[in-house]
Design a protein around this ligand. Structure first.
Ligand SMILES: *Cc1c(COP(=O)(O)O)cnc(C)c1O
Length: 377
């Protein structure tokens, strides 16, 4: 590794580095944490309430209900939408397992349909073909920070009387035709896992909706099925966002647009640096979409992905394969014996290279140079 270029990363460039972001905000974060400690309210305190309001305002929705993870937000969104045993939910096979896991957890049936090769998101044509009398909902994922085709998916949901629940875990702040990802459906689900674009210092999640009844049911399910303490009306969960995490997220939220813009700029530089590299397809962006580049994901053609990953590893560059197996081929769903060629091919070709807000240009140039070098051999 060239020491001059990589003085900030002795030895290794990680796939994600948020330490600078954390350091910059440390005084504010520590003050907010201290305030929570001094108040002594750790569950459902004023920061949780304020964060829910601030997140709802930012996302342009009426209600935001915080949760202890994105996975729980998905489970509770499905339950609060009345989805349960026997219901079919059409979703993506090219996502993190939690999307489908939530569907199966509520007893419903995930129906995997193939994705678009360029956007990596649900193919609306395949969704339409998969609708049956048992279909209850469509569950698109805004993968890697780019919204799925919300025009066609909202039309399909309306035409067929289906619920639309968005997995926006990777897309906080992404927009589709100027409107926030997560705000189109009956419910939108977000994750504050530390590596997400808006990350807590632990687990956290959020469910958003414009429907009062759905918001109320979700809030009830989050707290053991009770609206009033010790007056449990149904089974539920313990899925509250911690007051400490809410306080941290309130400090970070005002910076999110700037961070997402910085990610777009980093993506723009990668595009310049990598445009002429043969055998690499750069991520494509729909003109309706404002991508937030949770990942910058290449498609490496000619069966060279694993070799490229190994060479980057040797050059001290962390890269990640999201996802090495499409969800329908994971052991838990393998018995379905589905064949979804686009998702399967993508899982062989994708490689996410390091990206984060305000990444140094010299680091990006080194990464891009190593990608080019590795593929030339
Ligand atoms: C991170 C993620 C989730 C789950 O969120 P957690 O907060 O980790 O439970 C769900 N779906 C997608 C697409 C994700 O990336």
């Amino acid at each position: 590794m060239e020491p001059s270029v990589l003085s900030s990363y002795p030895g290794r460039i990680p796939a994600l580095d948020l330490t600078a972001e954390t350091q910059r905000l440390k005084p504010q974060l520590m003050a907010a944490i201290e305030e929570v400690l001094d108040r002594g309210t750790f569950i459902m305190g004023p920061n949780v309430k304020a964060f829910e309001q601030e997140a709802a305002d930012y996302l342009g929705v009426r209600y935001a209900v915080s949760m202890n993870s994105g996975t729980d937000a998905l489970v509770i969104a499905l339950l609060a939408s009345g989805i349960g045993p026997g219901d079919e939910v059409i979703t993506s096979p090219f996502t993190f397992f939690a999307t489908a896991e939530a569907v199966s957890q509520v007893g419903a049936v995930p129906v995997f349909v193939d994705v678009e090769p360029d956007s990596f998101n649900l193919n609306p044509q395949r969704v339409e073909e998969a609708i049956t009398p048992r279909t209850k909902a469509i569950l698109p994922v805004h993968l890697f920070g780019q919204p799925a085709d919300m025009n066609r998916l909202t039309d399909l949901a309306e035409e067929h009387g289906l619920r639309l629940i968005e997995d926006a875990a990777q897309a906080f702040g992404a927009r589709w035709q100027g409107r926030m990802a997560g705000s189109f459906g009956d419910a939108g689900c977000f994750s504050f896992f530390p590596s997400k674009n808006l990350g807590a210092f632990g687990d956290g999640g959020l469910l958003v909706t414009d429907q009062e009844e759905l918001a109320e049911r979700a809030a009830m399910l989050r707290t053991h099925g009770s609206k009033k303490k010790y007056m449990n009306e149904s089974l539920g969960y313990n899925s509250r966002l911690d007051e400490l995490q809410a306080a941290i997220l309130r400090i970070k939220l005002p910076y999110l647009d700037e961070w997402n813009q910085a990610r777009r700029e980093a993506a723009g530089l990668y595009r310049e640096l990598l445009q002429d590299v043969e055998g690499v397809l750069l991520p494509s962006v729909r003109e309706e979409a404002e991508h937030v580049y949770h990942q910058f994901t290449l498609r490496v053609q000619g069966g060279k992905r694993d070799e490229l990953k190994a060479r980057l590893d040797e050059a001290g560059i962390g890269s990640m394969i999201y996802y090495p197996l499409p969800v329908h081929q994971l052991p838990v769903y393998r018995h379905l014996q589905l064949h979804l060629p686009v998702a399967e091919q993508l899982s062989q070709e994708v490689l996410s290279i390091p990206i984060w807000p305000h990444m140094e240009e010299a680091v990006q140039a080194y990464v891009a140079g190593q990608v080019q070098h590795a593929l030339q051999i």
